[in-house]
Structure formats: structure tokens, C-alpha cells
Write a protein that binds this ligand. Structure first.
Ligand code: SF4
Length: 124
């Protein structure tokens, strides 16, 4: 039996409404997109939905109390809460450099890290 899912493309501000039809795990049709990015997005959402993650963590010994950080690759949607909990357990000690790896191979994903999004010097 063919079923349908609806998505809104996040590829640009237009936000095309996407329809994906499928039979079980097989995609039969994708429509509603204005460019290829929309079709790719709908397929990704259906087969392996992931989310980019950026947030802040506590930093000790710097001028500011929070350090912006990000995950260098998209996280499986089902693991976003687990990822958020792990990141928020992190306590960083200044100094820290832009791009410095804070958690390597995050969630056991090879070459996906949690990194600092800015440099913060140590203050005494
Ligand atoms: S399908 Fe293309 S035009 Fe439409 S929202 Fe996505 S990126 Fe923008």
C-alpha cells in the first residue's frame, strides 16, 4: 500500500512543501520541490533523518561563562537528546582555540567531533 509523508524543505527560505510517497521502505515518488536539493532532503529525511547541532557549554577561567560549540557532522535524529545530554555534561577549561576538538568521535561516529566555535583566552 502506498503511503505519503510531508516535509518542508529547509534548503533555502522558500521552504517548498515536499510530498514523498512510499511503499514500505521503498520511495515511489517525491514531488513539490523546486530544485534537486528538495528531493535530496526528502529522501534523507525518510531514510536517515539527521540534525545539525550547535550549542554552548560551560567554560572555566575565561572572560565569558559559555563557549559556543558544534558537532562537525549531522547527528541521527533519534540520538539528538542523547547528544545534547552528553554535550551539556562537558566542562571546558580555558584557554581553548577555535576548532579545537572537545569530544573526539562523538557518539562513536568516526571523525565526527564536538569542537569549539571560538577562541577563548585564559584570564586569571
Ligand atoms: S527545494 Fe530548492 S527552492 Fe525549494 S526550499 Fe528546497 S532548496 Fe529552496
Amino acid at each position: 500500500m502506498i503511503k505519503a509523508k510531508q516535509y518542508t524543505c529547509i534548503g533555502c527560505p522558500i521552504g517548498c512543501p515536499l510530498q514523498l510517497q512510499h511503499e514500505g521502505k521503498d520511495i515511489t515518488e517525491i514531488s513539490g520541490y523546486e530544485c534537486d536539493r528538495g528531493a535530496k532532503y526528502a529522501k534523507q529525511e525518510f531514510t536517515d533523518p539527521r540534525r545539525d547541532m550547535s550549542t554552548t557549554v560551560e567554560i572555566i577561567g575565561a572572560r565569558w561563562k559559555r563557549l559556543p560549540v558544534k558537532v562537525t557532522g549531522p547527528v541521527e535524529k533519534d540520538r539528538v537528546m542523547e547528544a545534547a545530554r552528553k554535550i551539556h555534561e562537558l566542562r571546558v577549561r580555558a584557554p581553548v582555540k577555535l576548532g579545537q576538538i572537545l569530544i573526539e568521535d562523538f557518539l562513536d561516529q568516526k571523525a565526527i567531533h564536538v569542537v569549539s566555535c571560538r577562541t577563548m583566552e585564559r584570564i586569571d
